[in-house]
Design a protein around this ligand. Structure first.
Ligand code: SAM
Length: 206
């Protein structure tokens, strides 16, 4: 956890939000899938690597309850300052999402991963991540992924990437999840480089 945390703290310390290679002005791509989930505005939503994403503010503004995790305290602290008073209602977790989730007392309705899973390159870490999905997400709950596809970049934030196809995501989730929707999306970094993402929405059926 320490070397990973230090790496990510350094990334956030050395870059303003709008310079980050995954910065979005708005979370419209994620909302294309969120809008397919019934009653998502009343949901408890878990972000496994929240970073400093504007998705956080957008979800709070629609009244969702949030559990925000990140391996970087620097990122979490930046969001706490940005949100001011309203950050009181959030559950904050600071852990490696490949390790069993601690301090989460209730299961969540929705898990949203934009650009977190693809940084786990070790097989055991990937298994640990999907164990967490299964222990934290309610039956009937939903999961949204936005990950680099196989034709995507080999490195991001100075780290190697594990790429995902739709089949890879489905195989890791197993038969208790059904695919509800998906699309490819080319994101452009602040410096103009294209990054190919696969977006996918699954429902946990059992
Ligand atoms: C590329 S950024 C994406 C942030 C955010 N999801 C977004 O879309 O803006 C990856 C985020 O995941 C966090 N992260 C990386 N590895 C992690 C891990 N193993 N456990 C938890 N968080 C992690 C990083 O600190 C960073 O905030």
């Amino acid at each position: 956890m320490n070397s990973k945390s230090k790496h990510w703290d350094g990334v956030f310390l050395n870059n303003s939000d709008s310079k980050l290679g995954w910065y979005e002005k708005n979370a419209s791509q994620t909302f294309k899938l969120l809008d397919l989930i019934p009653h998502y505005k009343d949901a408890t939503i878990f972000l496994p690597g929240a970073g400093t994403s504007v998705l956080i503010d957008a979800l709070l503004s629609i009244g969702a309850k949030l559990v925000l995790n990140d391996i970087s305290n620097e990122a979490l602290d930046r969001v706490k300052i940005r949100l001011g008073e309203i950050q009181r209602d959030i559950i904050w977790l600071h852990q490696d999402i490949a390790s069993p989730i601690e301090n989460l007392n209730e299961k969540v309705d929705i898990w949203i991963d934009r650009a977190v899973l693809h940084f786990l390159t070790d097989k055991d870490d990937i298994c640990g991540y999907f164990e967490n999905v299964k222990s934290a997400l309610k039956i009937g709950g939903y999961i949204i992924f936005a990950e680099f596809t196989h034709s995507g970049t080999k490195k991001c934030a100075g780290l190697p990437i594990h790429h995902y196809s739709l089949d890879d995501l489905s195989n890791n989730l197993g038969p208790s999840f059904t695919l509800k929707s998906h699309f490819d999306y080319t994101y452009h970094t602040p410096s103009g480089n294209p990054r190919l993402y696969i977006y996918a929405l699954y429902k946990r059926e059992s």
